[in-house]
Ligand binder design. Structure first.
Ligand code: MLT
Ligand code: MN
Ligand code: ZN
Length: 303
């Protein structure tokens, strides 16, 4: 199809929940990110922005850091008195790192909020989100695989990927790898170009691999490099898989699952502060050697 628009995607926040550095963490990466001489820049929490004309934007997940993300991205700033180029917000889960920014977007500014019914109910059930006046912020529920348009000319679909319920809804041991409305990927198409955003994914099955084949860009779950990374760094006792995130390396990891697929740009996002790919070293070389890029705040992809 003829290219008529300028498909732009900005990584607003490349880090996973907690960010880099995380407020209460003194791990190697977090300590480096606090030291301007280390070369490791701080990174904010999980979000992308997309536009076809540079004027109006859809924000993909509302990170707790959205205030700072808008401050650092001219494209998202008001063009006149009481204005925002942000036309819509699309959610891929009900996790805090994807929801909490909605509270920052109060102040009587109109936008459209898209989510699955399940994620929409988490918002509806929490009275704090009533600060987003439903008369001004319109909440739209979209079904899995239903086409919608977060921006004019941009076709979007939410699709189920293996995942789990948000941490705050866990009641005992959650079921892992379930496909439903709690954890979804987002497919974006415009002028024959196809982009995927999947910040949380427990497993790449055959159907998902087929779907992603031929994509122009994929922004994918890079939470942990090693499944047991948090245990090994002494920062926690959960594995990546227990958190609903497949590791990058190892059996069933995303390097092997996605490395040979025909995808033009493969970019890791939602990268946890413990992940060694943040810094130069063998792990980063392995990722880049397989054709993946490490996302960072302010990274822009133009298609
Ligand atoms: C996740 O991606 O697993 C969640 O954001 C974790 C959390 O809520 O802290
Ligand atoms: Mn997260
Ligand atoms: Zn840390």
């Amino acid at each position: 199809m003829k290219k008529t628009s300028d498909f732009r995607i900005i990584v607003l926040g490349a880090a996973a929940g907690g960010g880099l550095p995380q407020w209460n963490c003194g791990c190697l990466n977090c300590s480096m990110a606090r030291d301007p001489a280390s070369g490791l820049e701080p990174q904010s929490q999980s979000s992308l922005a997309v536009s076809l004309d540079g004027e109006v934007w859809a924000v993909l997940n509302a990170s707790p850091d959205i205030r700072q993300q808008i401050l650092h991205n001219r494209a998202l700033q008001p063009r006149r008195l009481r204005h925002s180029p942000i036309e819509s917000v699309v959610l891929t889960s009900g996790d805090i790192d994807h929801l909490a920014g909605l509270l920052v977007l109060r102040e009587k500014q109109a936008f459209i909020l898209y989510s699955t019914g399940t994620v929409g109910r988490i918002i509806a059930d929490n009275p704090a989100f009533q600060v987003l006046d439903p008369e001004i912020v319109s909440r739209r529920t979209v079904a899995i695989e239903e086409a919608f348009a977060p921006l004019s000319g941009l076709e979007a679909r939410l699709f189920a990927v293996p995942g789990k319920v948000p941490l705050f809804l866990e009641d005992g041991e959650p079921e892992l790898g379930v496909e439903g409305e709690h954890t979804v990927g987002l497919e974006l198409t415009a002028d024959g170009r196809r982009v995927y955003y999947i910040p949380g994914c427990a497993m790449v099955n055959e159907a998902l691999a087929q779907r992603l084949s031929g994509a122009d860009a994929l922004f994918f779950d890079g939470t942990v490099f090693h499944n047991d990374e948090m245990v090994a760094t002494g920062t926690g006792n959960k594995t990546g898989r227990r958190m609903g995130h497949m590791p990058i390396a190892g059996e069933g990891g995303s390097l092997d699952a996605l490395g040979d697929l025909d995808i033009r740009r493969k970019i890791y996002v939602h990268i946890n502060n413990t992940n060694p790919i943040w810094r130069a070293g063998a792990e980063r070389e392995r990722v880049e050697g397989r054709g993946f890029e490490v996302g960072f705040d302010g990274m822009e992809v133009r298609l």
